[in-house]
Design a protein. Structure first.
Lengths: 297, 384
């Protein structure tokens, strides 16, 4: 039983990180129908800021907000430079643009910083663990769970009580009508990107605090997981993204924990098989968005 | 017609690589992507050796080395394309990436062109077995590294082990060799786990190991960045205090910057700089040439590679005929490189080289020695 609870804590921490990642994709998708594959590169940018802060001996408590800010600014810049000119283009155009942005950034990291992975200095505290109700939980796991809760509460408040948040919800439902009500498309879309940058920044800190290094291609794996989680939860639905992230985390951890040893080699195919199975039963995801079809403005 | 014949004759002369004054070496290595962590420092070392040799008038004072470089982006298909392009460019020696899998992708081209190919730092002993007569490695084999680290663990009085390996690549199955040697020398293997390359989260495995009734004395893995730091931190956070043993893949600055979590980790690698030894000399050269300190032994491994090529061309007395160079490499004995002496004679292409044992102490490397492995204990190469 204790083992089960311990593994559940692990699953919560991983699922929380996936939820933040999937939310970042979903926020942008719900408004402009774009799956931003350059989302992972926002994480890489945040990772490099953490690395440079470590080299410059900037305390970690200052490095973290700097990294998150960098990710937010990069997301807004990305929207302004790359996505605004093609906003009225087809879904495929925007998708290809996002791949192009990701590749250009990767090449820039490789040429301007280093093709090799760079160590990130982290406070020793993050490698420690604490006892909570008889369970041994790593500090970075606790941080992951805590920041997921904080971010979800913040997002809920922002979407319900903030003008931009309310406008974003309206735009997600029907962008054309929302604009007729006087909502500025540019503000809403820039706001969505800023929010996704914020989520990417927080996820990046959690991600990098586990791996302790950053490399130019670091963003690929998390964006892939986020994509799976977002589809699993229901594309475009924020609650769905959270549910999908947690479900993916639970699937991965429980399979790694309880699959018999001789089956462990097939863990990933089995995990993805379960995802397919869920989608067969619920083709639009766990909590589908009310308006699946995002509109162009 | 006469003019045609003259042109053909000139063309044939230009195309013939034999007895030219320039040795063309084709580098089809990963300067970007996952393997760049290893290939890019190796190529830095290659440049230092080539510049040094060319500044002295070439190999033996006559044969200059010309490098033709291609980036294969850590991709197997791209490696075979680049290899073909380099063969077409008339290279006499090919240099392939640091992993057996992309190197093997080029093997058809290498064998049919009959040009010797050397992998920068792949350590899988199956590489020359599958690769055939023209494929050479440039690193201590996985089975030899595992023998050295298992012998060390047994000497330290460690009786039980747990291994974590990945079936995704030849290299990451090194713990299976370790388990074999560990058991052969009287130790017990408590269990094993698999992971996938690029896996971010190791908490499930760490929790399972932490909940074992008998804690293993040693945990062995050949996971490398970014997996290794994640795994190590997960194990330590779960309360596992076992000795961790890794392999050359973690000979990188990250391993030494992990703070308390990294303390005490032991790994095998290609060499260690001691005052006045060839590796220390190389590091001085590296700093003079680049202005930076050498952060990894892979720089010196690149230097070794060119030293091997140089020695082979000295044997062929300046001939750049690929077949002659291949035969010369296969018979090299006791060549002094930057990390170790290198012998290909009597092997199938997997060189006999020293293996150094390093322990992380206070964020620095502590040299535990370069014990010679007991030949009887070295496991036979395992086909994946």
């Amino acid at each position: 039983m204790e083992l089960f609870l311990q593994q559940t804590a692990n699953a919560l921490a991983l699922g929380g990180t996936y939820a933040l990642l999937a939310l970042g994709l979903a926020v942008v998708f719900s408004i402009m129908g774009l799956i931003n594959f350059a989302h992972g590169e926002l994480m890489t940018i945040a990772g490099y800021v953490l690395m440079y802060c470590g080299i410059a001996s900037v305390p970690f408590v200052i490095a973290v907000p700097l990294a998150i800010t960098a990710s937010v600014l990069a997301a807004v810049a990305m929207e302004r430079i790359a996505f605004r000119p093609v906003r009225s283009g087809s879904g495929a155009t925007m998708l290809v643009t996002s791949f192009a942005v990701a590749m250009i950034l990767q090449v820039l990291f490789q040429n301007l910083i280093s093709a090799r992975s760079q160590p990130v200095l982290l406070p020793a505290l993050l490698s420690d663990s604490v006892r909570v109700f008889g369970l041994v939980i790593g500090v970075n796991k606790l941080a992951a769970i805590a920041s997921t809760i904080v971010m979800l509460v913040f997002l809920d408040w922002f979407m319900k009580h903030q003008k931009t948040g309310v406008a974003m919800r309206a735009a997600a439902e029907d962008f054309a009508v929302a604009r007729l009500m006087g909502i500025r498309a540019n503000t809403v879309i820039a706001g969505a990107f800023a929010l996704s940058g914020l989520l990417a920044g927080v996820a990046a800190v959690l991600w990098v605090s586990q791996r302790a290094s950053v490399d130019p291609l670091m963003g690929f794996m998390p964006v892939l997981k986020a994509f799976i989680a977002a589809i699993l939860g229901g594309l475009g639905s924020l609650r769905g993204a959270v549910a999908g992230g947690f479900l993916l985390g639970f699937i991965e951890i429980y399979l790694a924990a309880f699959l018999p040893p001789e089956m462990q080699e097939f863990r990933d195919p089995i995990g993805l098989g379960i995802v397919v199975l869920v989608l067969l039963i619920r083709p639009n995801g766990l909590i589908p968005s009310a308006t699946l079809k995002a509109e162009k403005v | 017609m006469k003019r045609f014949l003259t042109l053909t004759a000139i063309g044939a002369l230009l195309a013939a690589p034999v007895m030219a004054d320039t040795l063309r070496v084709g580098l089809a290595t990963a300067q970007t992507g996952g393997l760049a962590t290893y290939d890019s420092p190796v190529i830095d070392g290659v440049h230092i050796a080539v510049n040094e040799i060319n500044a002295a008038g070439g190999i033996g004072g006559t044969t200059m080395i010309e490098l033709i470089e291609k980036d294969v982006r850590s991709d197997a298909a791209q490696t075979s394309i680049a290899a073909q392009e380099l063969v077409d460019a008339g290279v006499s020696v090919l240099v392939l990436p640091c992993d057996a899998d992309p190197s093997l992708a080029a093997i058809g081209i290498v064998s049919s062109a009959q040009i010797p190919a050397i992998s920068t730092c792949a350590s899988s002993p199956t590489l020359p077995m599958i690769g055939g007569d023209y494929m050479f490695a440039n690193f201590p084999g996985d089975n030899v590294q595992a023998t050295v680290s298992a012998a060390w663990a047994r000497e330290q009085g460690h009786d039980s082990t747990y291994i974590i390996y990945s079936p995704d690549s030849q290299y990451t199955t090194m713990p299976l060799y370790f388990a074999e040697v560990f058991e052969k020398s009287g130790g017990t293997v408590l269990g094993q786990d698999t992971h996938s390359i690029g896996q971010q989260d190791f908490s499930a495995i760490a929790t399972r190991i932490a909940s074992l009734e008998d804690q293993p004395d040693v945990i062995m893995t050949s996971a490398y960045e970014p997996d290794f730091p994640s795994m190590l931190k997960a194990l330590r956070a779960a309360g596992v205090t076992s000795q961790i043993i890794g392999s050359d893949g973690i000979d990188s600055p990250t391993t030494f910057s992990l703070g308390d979590a990294g303390e005490g980790v032991v790994f095998t690698t290609a060499g260690h700089a001691l005052d006045g030894n060839p590796l220390a000399d190389f590091n001085t050269k590296f700093e003079a040439a680049t202005g930076n300190k050498s952060e990894t032994v892979f720089n010196a491994v690149g230097y070794d590679l060119i030293k091997v090529v140089e020695a082979a061309v000295l044997v062929t007395e300046g001939s750049t005929d690929p077949q002659k160079i291949r035969d010369a490499i296969a018979n090299l004995e006791g060549i002094q490189g930057a990390t170790s002496t290198i012998t290909y004679k009597g092997t199938n292409g997997m060189p006999v080289r020293q293996v150094a044992l390093i322990q992380v102490k206070g964020g620095e490397r502590e040299y535990l020695g370069s014990p010679s492995p007991d030949a009887a204990m070295i496991p036979a190469p395992r086909m994946q």
